[in-house]
Write a protein that binds this ligand. Structure first.
Ligand code: ZN
Length: 127
């Protein structure tokens, strides 16, 4: 996904500001990682709820369903686990996954049984 800034205007301080966006190169698979920094940069063109991120582009709204927000989450039960500041060595994350015993879900991508993302939302394009 690429966000194209359509035009810029200068604010009172003389800084260039985007006045509109167009979104190109939408993911064919429908899956998209959206960086927190992107949301911050284009926040005046975005409506965000815990379930959905909507880009208000010049040619219409582009909606993404949020599958996973940033953070650490158990693959088995979906519970949010302590972040790296609270649990720098992931001990409580491993302890949590261990509680699921043989039923703990693991994957090639997340062999420890929990997913980790600190700077992006894992999303699916809705339309
Ligand atoms: Zn769990």
């Amino acid at each position: 996904m690429k966000i194209v800034v359509l035009s810029r205007a200068r604010n009172a301080a003389g800084a260039a500001q985007p006045t509109g966006i167009k979104i190109t190169n939408l993911p064919k698979s429908g899956n998209q990682r959206i960086l927190k920094s992107t949301l911050a940069e284009f926040r005046q063109f975005i409506t965000q709820t815990p379930e959905r991120i909507t880009f208000h582009a010049s040619d219409g709204d582009i909606r993404f369903k949020v599958n996973w927000p940033p953070g650490r989450f158990c693959l088995t039960c979906g519970e949010e686990l302590p972040d790296s500041r609270a649990d720098p060595f992931s001990a409580s994350c491993r302890e949590h996954v261990k509680k699921h015993g043989n039923k703990a879900e693991k994957s090639d991508k997340w062999p420890d049984g929990y997913r980790v993302s600190y700077n992006s939302y894992d999303c699916t394009l809705e339309d």
